[in-house]
Design a protein around this ligand. Sequence first.
Ligand SMILES: Nc1nc2c(ncn2[C@@H]2O[C@H](COP(=O)(O)OP(=O)(O)OP(=O)(O)O)[C@@H](O)[C@H]2O)c(=O)[nH]1
Ligand SMILES: [Mg+2]
Length: 246
Amino acid sequence: MCDDPSHSHVHAHGPFRNLGHEHGPLQVQVERRVLESNDVEAQHLREDFAEDGTLVVNLISSPGSGKTTLLEATVAELKGTLSVGVIEGDVATERDADRIRALGVPAFQVVTGGACHLDARQVNKALRKGKFPDLDVLFIENVGNLVCPTSYDLGEDFKAALLSVTEGDDKPFKYPGIFSAAQVTLITKTDLMPHVSFDLEAVKGQIKTLRPGGEVLMASAQTGTGVDAWCGLLAARLASKRARRT
Ligand SMILES: Nc1nc2c(ncn2[C@@H]2O[C@H](COP(=O)(O)OP(=O)(O)OP(=O)(O)O)[C@@H](O)[C@H]2O)c(=O)[nH]1
Ligand SMILES: [Mg+2]
């Protein structure tokens, strides 16, 4: 699992992939250092976000679960009342950032060129290069992957995991790391429920086991159902962050 540094993705994508002794002590040490230095950078970001009173949400899911579509629906709903910005992470293309910018919302695309997650240093750079205005809410759409992004703190207030009904009800059992790290899980594409076999109770039960007290929301960005509850959660979390600041 990726949230154990000794099983980090680094062996697959980092400069150490050819060391030839997977999970050997040297590799474990290197990976631990990578995660430790990411944690330091993330802590700086978290302090800056706290000072600015910006709520930061790290969206994580498999490719195609509906992160950008949910963001489109979310920013359309929030944009009149809150200042919203988006950092997009993808292996290639500016497509997702273009989709957000088309709605008149500032977005900066990080192209990882192969890496399967964003790290705190990339977020810091994106904030500087993106020239965002003062933000109430910053969304970070991570690279589509249920494993790698789990270990990387981006200074966010919370991770939100998305699970679409089309990708199977076994995912919280097979990829427990992200569903235990995420304070909020959004079950997406609920408009497709009548057409797929998806054991909602089993999914909810497993998420509650992995993350007692975590929130599970249902949403269809297509029909708009559940988007208001999601936006309500964001507004409440923003208000409580601001209240803590004062
Ligand atoms: N029926 C239905 N389709 C949806 C919904 N949300 C997203 N989709 C479709 O699912 C596909 C993928 O959606 P995206 O929002 O691009 O998914 P993503 O998670 O951002 O994908 P990556 O950025 O590649 O990881 C698109 O064809 C969307 O139109 C939904 O609520 N209902
Ligand atoms: Mg996307």
